[in-house]
Ligand binder design. Sequence first.
Ligand SMILES: [Zn+2]
Length: 159
Amino acid sequence: MFSRQPNDYLCPFCDWLSGNETEYKQNSDIVFQNDKVTAFISPKWWANNPGHVIVIPNRHVENLYDITDEELSEVYRIVKRVAIAIRSSYENCSGTSTRQHNEPSGNQDVWHFHTHVFPRYEDDKLYQNHDTKNFVEPRERKVYADLLKAYFRKPAGDK
Ligand SMILES: [Zn+2]
């Protein structure tokens, strides 16, 4: 519904999940994965919110209008777990925010449904910083991926 994806679109998320790593999408970025969803450290960071996570359904679906209720439910079940993992693991993190975009007017730029989960800090100006996001190297992303992977490995009673 309200599709904006070009007919010949090569989806970067599907291309990665089918096995093609790039400097933007490395398997070491993945902090959680099951048969329905994948959560990974974003390759682009806003100035004051390093290490934010993107959660996607594994099946290609363009946007919020088309995702099934079951997929949406599973994506947000993991969004919740990722938010708690970020809040528990990132130094001085004192809040979290989620953002999800549809169509160009809604700032969508990858045509595969995704939800951002941000660590928040006092006075971090996340919403004023949309144009400050920059690509970060895989080794910088790995620091945050390792924190979240360690969190997800803990037994339930230790979280
Ligand atoms: Zn896709």
